[in-house]
Design a binder for this molecule. Structure first.
Ligand code: EPU
Length: 339
């Protein structure tokens, strides 16, 4: 039986723990339910908010429309070749639970992406990344429902146009598709571990014996737990801003003035700056205003200590953005979607 719920609190559905309400709410457990809902008049006559794991959004007010929660579950796999396996998960699977499952099977490729909040379906939309690895590195293809035609289309890696925290689905394809399942090619043996990141190396040094994908995951989990707040305890959405990319020239100017500037050179005479460092220099690390705050161990993460309203977090983000611009003339762009 299909039915729409009314006046539903979204607090359990967003990792910031913001208590905003949806006027209408529908949870789709299967592709058929998804196809059903996009065909209804309620869908056509209302503004629609799609909800995956709710880990990359800030609800700044009640949503006067229809919220559709994507809860498609299930996974399957098939042997790819002697060394590799093709693993597919439905969009509503929890990302970390999926990564843990692949590691239990001893399949390699996703270990550095352990403990990232959110669901499988939204992971490719922003090409999640951590500790030197991005989702695109082991991505094979995804399926997505085209909302206008109601048909399911296949997207290979090229069609997804992945970039830093970016993809086709945030650019040209924005609002047109809903990801229903994602497939990865993972290693079954001869795993290639990525341990370039300094903190991973230090964590591995404390683990005796040979390096394994499971140990890398363990290292990543311990680093994340030491720096990043657990959304089950303190509401947050991970990094609130993207790390800004500036010209090499601009980075050099800043370096003259601030010798400790944290900067990573990229191709094409561009440099990525650590937003967390910029924010810390403006004195915001550990800052708190009511229940809205900046995490004490990672200045790039904004937190809800309990009952902050979305507007309060948004106001704090605005304050940070203005302070960083005033001090460094660098513009911070949010990584989370403000709704
Ligand atoms: N830094 C500071 N002060 C801070 C925070 C960071 O000085 O308060 C400096 C650190 O010293 C370090 C540099 O900034 O030299 C980078 O910090 P960190 O390694 O914590 O990574 P990040 O650039 O802040 C990015 C991702 C994270 C991901 C980590 C690890 C973005 C926007 N964020 O953070 O992703 O876990 O790298 O790879 O790219 C997320 O997207 O939600 C997320 C948590």
């Amino acid at each position: 039986m299909h039915f729409f719920k009314e006046n539903v609190s979204l607090k359990p559905y967003n990792t910031f723990g913001i208590d905003a309400k949806a006027r209408l709410f529908y949870e789709a457990h299967s592709l058929e339910e998804l196809q059903w809902v996009v065909d209804t008049e309620v869908f056509s006559n209302n503004q629609v908010l799609w909800l995956g794991g709710g880990s990359n959004m800030l609800l700044t007010k009640d949503f006067d429309g229809l919220v559709v929660k994507i809860s498609l579950t299930g996974k399957r796999h098939e042997v790819w070749d002697e060394d590799r396996v093709l693993v597919t998960a439905q969009a509503g699977e929890n990302w970390h639970a999926f990564v843990s499952y692949t590691l239990e099977q001893n399949w390699g490729g996703l270990e550095n992406l352990s403990l990232i909040p959110g669901n499988v379906g939204t992971a490719p939309v922003q090409n999640i990344g951590a500790y030197g690895v991005e989702l695109k590195d082991s991505f094979y293809q995804l399926k997505a429902l085209h909302l206008k035609t109601g048909s399911v289309e296949v997207f290979d890696k090229a069609r997804c146009a992945f970039g830093y925290r970016d993809s086709f689905f945030k650019q040209k394809g924005k609002g047109a598709y809903i990801v229903t399942e994602v497939s990865f090619v993972l290693s079954r043996q001869n795993h290639q571990v990525h341990t370039e990141y300094g903190a991973i190396q230090s964590a591995l040094l404390k683990m005796p014996g040979q390096v394994s994908i499971q140990k890398v995951a363990k290292a990543v989990i311990s680093i994340r737990q030491s720096k990043l707040p657990d959304p089950a305890e303190i509401g947050n959405s991970g990094s609130f801003f993207k790390n800004p990319v500036v010209s090499e020239e601009k980075a050099n100017d800043l370096k003259q003035q601030y010798p400790n500037l944290v900067a990573f050179p990229l191709a094409n005479a561009q440099t990525k700056l650590a937003a967390g460092w910029l924010i810390e220099q403006c004195g915001f690390k550990g800052y708190r205003k009511g229940d809205a705050g900046v995490h004490a161990k990672q200045a790039l993460v904004l937190v809800n200590y309990g009952n902050a309203r979305g507007e309060e977090i948004a106001a704090l983000a605005g304050e940070i953005k203005r302070a960083v611009f005033a001090k460094f003339a660098v513009v911070l762009e949010p990584e989370v979607n403000m709704i």
